[in-house]
Design a protein around this ligand. Structure first.
Ligand code: THU
Length: 130
């Protein structure tokens, strides 16, 4: 699956975002090493601090289904670019310190931005240094 296909799935997943407080809707599509995709959205809460981001929702869904190897995650926040927050970076670092992170919005030619988590979080926390 290429970046654009994965990003499209994130865009579609975004429809299900639950963001009545911020109005900032996010969708994510997480690609496993074997090619399976798990989606996620941000799920906000009246107790604002209980909110979970789209990226972590996708990871929690995948991990709880037994997945452990990940290749890429695409994140869509609609027409604005959005990089993963610090908590999500550390959360992803636990499972996939090198994961490919694809963000939009797509340029006119359809191109997207791609970074690795090691660029966004070069020295994350691990109980045993990696
Ligand atoms: N949010 C995400 O889902 N992912 C990010 O990478 C950044 C922020 C959500 C959390 C909250 O529901 C809303 O966006 C505004 O912060």
């Amino acid at each position: 699956m290429n970046d654009r296909e994965l990003y499209k799935i994130a865009e579609e997943a975004r429809e299900n975002a639950y963001a009545p407080f911020s109005g900032f809707r996010v969708g994510a599509a997480l690609l496993t090493a074997e090619g399976k995709v798990y989606t996620g959205v941000n799920v906000e809460n009246s107790s604002y601090g209980a909110t979970i981001c789209a990226e972590r929702t996708a990871f929690v869904k995948a991990i709880s289904e037994g997945e452990r190897e990940f290749a890429a995650i695409a994140i869509s926040a609609g027409d604005v670019p959005s990089l993963p927050c610090g908590i999500c970076r550390q959360f992803m670092y636990e499972f996939a310190p090198q994961i490919r992170i694809i963000t939009g919005p797509a340029a006119e030619d359809g191109s997207l931005q791609a970074r690795s988590l090691s660029q966004l979080l070069p020295e994350g926390f691990a109980l045993e240094p990696r």
